[in-house]
Design a protein around this ligand. Structure first.
Ligand code: TYD
Length: 139
């Protein structure tokens, strides 16, 4: 299982850092939605779902958190701890976000608007789906 972590280019100078993210340039899809999580309560595990077609990039723009990725055969844990790191999360990938530091702000860039029909919230259904269509072999 391949983990794709982007290292965005900071435009730093004596005033500090700035990162710009452009669709199809820094981000491999059209950005149709941005959302972010903050004030996450200690011990909480978020996510716990996969998407049928949505692609996302997760950026912990402040603080730290962990992401567990699971393609149905393999699991990997990625720590996000720098505002210039972006984790690509493909479709048909189960994800769990946890171990948020109290100051964590997790920003998500998404390839489409919110659509409940695109969610797979049942883990057994997810496993069945990835085994049946095998369409995330490369993920
Ligand atoms: P939820 O899916 O539980 O978040 P997570 O995957 O991080 O655990 O979403 C929390 C609430 O926010 C839920 O009521 C749906 C709503 N929501 C939107 O309205 N738009 C969005 O883009 C997202 C991601 C969630």
């Amino acid at each position: 299982m391949q983990v794709i972590k982007y290292m965005f280019q900071p435009h730093g100078d004596e005033r500090g850092q700035l990162i710009a993210l452009e669709e199809f340039n820094d981000i491999p899809f059209r950005i149709k939605r941005v959302y972010y999580m903050y004030d996450t309560v200690a011990g909480v595990v978020r996510g716990k779902h996969a998407h049928k077609s949505l692609e996302q990039i997760l950026v912990c723009i402040h603080g730290t958190c962990k992401i567990r990725l699971d393609n149905g055969r393999e699991k990997k844990v990625v720590q996000l701890e720098k505002p210039y790191e972006g984790l690509y999360v493909a479709n048909n990938m189960w994800r769990e976000m946890y171990d948020f530091s109290p100051d964590a702000v997790l920003m998500v860039l998404a390839s489409d608007v919110y659509d409940e029909k695109d969610y797979i919230r049942d883990y057994d259904e997810f496993l069945k789906r990835v085994k049946e269509n095998g369409d995330n072999d490369e993920n």
